[in-house]
Design a protein around this ligand. Structure first.
Ligand code: ACO
Length: 321
């Protein structure tokens, strides 16, 4: 038994923030941002929550799949920027959708969140525990960004993507790998809420994203191609058999370097980060939905999905569309 994606959806906040507008906030330029990252614009929440965006994306994924919310058995939301600590975002989305028959919970693996959620759901579905699932990656990163730090505030965007999946007999997921390296957690980190009980001992606390950009860059260009090769090996195919590599959208130069290391044609690496920036766990499902709605995902195509990010976490999976 395997698992296939039967519908996709996405949602972006209405406000579009162009590079030019950022030059009024920090000492940067459109040219610098485009050259170093490939990013030209991103969408920023003016009030939309991670749950609002995820629910919108999920509704579209259900519609695309021709399924009702009441049919959903498992609702898994990947996010590293939840609006509330409790209840989890998935339970809020469940309520918004009226998906009363689903079990709902969150998963946080930062930019690998959607990929890890997909693999987790695969385990549930192939074990026969549930027959279908709705998976969303959703972020409002703009609330955990330091808008005075030009090294990070130029990179990120808000948005959500979702997929509806169900058990299948043939095709679908062919293989996956996932890895974590907690020893490198400090290269990309963000505090949650400061300990302020009556007994706390003062410690440094940063409630915003802090990043060692060069470390993240070198981690991504080394580990991502290796994990893709590993996932391809497990699936019994090679780089040449892949039609599209749907990668986490962090930086154009990272994607180009990964393509080079894999000796794969860059035209097989769709990119939307120029328009939406880095949306962490929402990046892969939003890109998948764009490709799907443009009719670029043809049955029988072989796709590689690969996520990488804070944790550090990274992984890849191979899917027959
Ligand atoms: N505008 C203008 N100048 C800037 C900006 C900016 N927005 N940000 C940094 N600079 C300056 C720095 O201050 C530095 O100046 P100095 O030489 O006077 O000290 C200079 O530009 C070079 O800075 P570097 O950090 O060395 O620049 P680099 O070429 O490494 O690019 C970047 C920085 C884009 C962050 C790069 O390291 C990168 O892409 N890293 C990957 C990180 C990433 O993609 N993270 C996303 C989150 S993680 C994830 O999704 C996996």
């Amino acid at each position: 038994m395997s698992m296939k994606i039967i519908g996709t959806g996405s949602a972006l906040p209405t406000k579009k923030l162009e590079n030019e507008e950022l030059t009024k906030l920090v000492d940067t330029s459109d040219e610098w941002i485009r050259e170093r990252t490939g990013i030209g614009a991103r969408h920023i929440s003016t009030g939309e929550t991670v749950a609002d965006l995820a629910a919108d994306a999920c509704r579209k994924a259900l519609e695309n799949a021709g399924r009702e919310a009441s049919e959903v058995e498992l609702l898994l939301v990947a996010t590293c920027s939840p609006e509330t600590e409790i209840p989890c975002t998935a339970c809020q989305v469940q309520k918004m959708l009226g998906a009363g028959n689903a079990v709902a919970f969150d998963l946080n693996a930062a930019c690998s969140g959607f990929l890890f959620a997909l693999n987790t759901v695969y385990a549930y579905l192939t074990a026969g525990i549930y027959r279908n699932a709705l998976i969303a990656g959703t972020e409002v990163l703009s609330k955990i960004i330091d808008w005075t730090d030009r090294g990070t505030c130029i990179l990120f965007g808000d948005g959500a993507g979702a997929v509806m999946v169900e058990q299948c007999v043939e095709g679908g997921m062919m293989g996956f790998v996932q890895h974590s390296d907690g020893s490198k957690g400090n290269v990309l980190a963000c505090g949650s809420r400061k300990l302020e009980n009556p007994w706390f001992l003062e410690k440094d606390f940063v409630p915003y994203v802090r990043m060692d950009g060069r470390e993240v860059f070198s981690f991504a260009v080394r580990q991502v191609p290796a994990s893709i090769e590993e996932a391809l090996g497990k699936s019994g195919i090679t780089v040449d058999d892949v039609d599209l590599f749907v990668l986490h959208q962090a930086n154009r130069r990272i994607i180009e370097s990964i393509a080079q290391r894999l000796k794969a044609d860059i035209s097989k690496f769709p990119i939307n980060l120029d328009r939406v920036g880095n949306m962490s766990s929402a990046a892969i499902p939003v890109l998948l939905d764009e490709l799907n709605s443009q009719g670029k995902l043809i049955p029988g195509m072989t796709l590689v999905l690969s996520g990488f990010g804070a944790g550090l976490t990274y992984g890849a999976c191979v899917i027959k569309w």
